[in-house]
Design a protein around this ligand. Sequence first.
Ligand code: CA
Length: 139
Amino acid sequence: MNTSSFKHRIEEIEEEWKLGEHMSPCFVQSNMSITDHLNPSDVAAALRECQAPDSFNYKKFFQTTGMTKKSSSQIKDIFRFLDNDQSGFIEEDELKYFLQRFESGARVLTPTETKTFMAAADHDGDGKIGAEGMNLFGV
Ligand SMILES: [Ca+2]
């Protein structure tokens, strides 16, 4: 690769990064698919159970998807998948788009659901879910 085409490639990459910043978290592509870890029909069933706004129950959701039966290393993978910006935490915004990480056509969580979910998982009260909240996925 010569210098000018290398420079061009760098510019392309920078352009892609800029585009990424304006997208909502649910549209940023990840190499991992949630169905690498979960059975697609279980995920579909779990999403059906919480179709109606304010009907989301994280315990029920984790049970139906089979997340409660996963090993701690699989839970870590799922956690990283939900941590869309790779900050090491699941922030309120990422929680809002939680269902869309499982199915892109799913609804966003309502403010009440997001707050309830956050309160249950955010044990140290810093407003985001860190490693301490991972236990939640294994309940
Ligand atoms: Ca994050």
